[in-house]
Write a protein that binds this ligand. Structure first.
Ligand code: ATP
Ligand code: NMN
Length: 173
């Protein structure tokens, strides 16, 4: 039995994340999806709460052939102990998946095996692009799994993003 760990902000969970989970499913029996920056929401870069991101991930991965757990991970302003913080919040895992260079480095320095993947259709499958299209009334729905689009509609996510774009000075280009 192998359990993996895949961390991201998932703002929102999009087709690039989904493709990565599909490939990870070929290598592990169970996967923990760490919801990074869990304490952040209602800003341009981090519009969705941890709970909303749990809904997106749970509904999008329900039909997949692996057990998934979505675990919120708050940020910690101390990189040197961040891996211990992650491990303290997550079910035990043997291998971590990430394409984020800082995350890869921190896990490797802590002695955790890390696997990276290619970036899939990165020109479209990127959180920043999805949020940009939501702000501009573009076609964001084709960039996310259908259950994620349903969650965004349920919580009026587009309305929220358009509103925080005006008021939030937390700045995303
Ligand atoms: N299209 C993709 N193909 C493969 N991996 C991806 C893709 N998009 C994101 N990832 C990886 O998934 C992890 C989580 O990504 P994250 O939630 O930050 O999404 P993002 O699209 O990079 O977001 P943002 O544009 O909001 O910073 C990271 O390791 C990231 O490199
Ligand atoms: N010191 C820290 O708090 C620390 C260090 C590395 C990554 N993280 C978090 O891990 C997540 C990494 O996800 P991304 O690959 O989506 O950037 C982010 O939420 C990031 O804030 C936090």
């Amino acid at each position: 039995m192998t359990r993996g760990f895949y961390i991201g902000r998932f703002q929102p969970y999009h087709q690039g994340h989904h493709e990565m989970v599909r490939r990870i499913a070929e290598e592990v029996d169970e996967l923990v999806l760490g919801i990074g920056s869990a304490d952040q929401s209602h800003t341009r870069r981090n519009p969705f709460t941890a709970g909303e991101r749990i809904m997106m991930i749970t509904k999008a991965t329900i039909d997949m052939d692996l057990v998934t757990y979505a675990v919120p991970i708050e940020d910690l302003n101390r990189n040197s102990v961040w891996v211990s913080h992650v491990q303290s919040m997550s079910p035990r895992f043997e291998v971590a998946y990430s394409n984020n260079p800082l995350v890869v480095r921190l896990f490797r320095e802590a002695g955790v095996e890390v696997r990276q993947s290619p970036m899939f259709r990165r020109e479209e499958w990127e959180g920043t692009e999805v949020r940009g299209r939501m702000r501009n009334d573009g076609d964001w729905e084709s960039l996310v799994p259908a259950p994620v689009a349903e969650v965004v509609h349920e919580i009026d996510g587009v309305g929220r993003i358009q509103q925080v774009s005006d008021s939030d000075s937390n700045g995303e280009a």
